[in-house]
Write a protein that binds this ligand. Sequence first.
Ligand code: FES
Length: 154
Amino acid sequence: MNEAGNIERPKLFNRRSFLDLCIGGLITVTFAGVIYPAFKYILGANKLGGRQSFGLLEIPLSDLEDGGAIIKKFRNKPVIVARLSQDKIYALSAVCTHLGCVVKFNKNTKQIECPCHSAIFDLRGNVVGGPAPSPLTVYDVKISGDKIIIGSSS
Ligand code: FES
């Protein structure tokens, strides 16, 4: 009780410590917002395998049998690489242009299909069915020795 007869409550926070706490929290959130994406980019790059150098993706030919397809990470996005025969290899963005699902290669139809809303693309990226509004990005493919080299988009 104070001199006026009121009960004094202990102060957990005064105005200054509350402002210090808010500023500290703001600095922490801002720092985490910058650092976390940087670490994620550095540590998470190329989780899907393949070797990237000078903006190119190299995949051993032995990783991809005739009639098969694989998805690799290229420039931080999934790319689907499909091989019809020894020298017919296609590389396209694996991100559906409708709502962004990752597409799959159908070896029977030799088309790329989206499992989400059934968009269908040919191996040149053109939309041949479904709701996709635009074609898939197509990447240049070269075969060099025992490697598939995926490069610039067209
Ligand atoms: S996200 Fe691919 S068809 Fe909808």
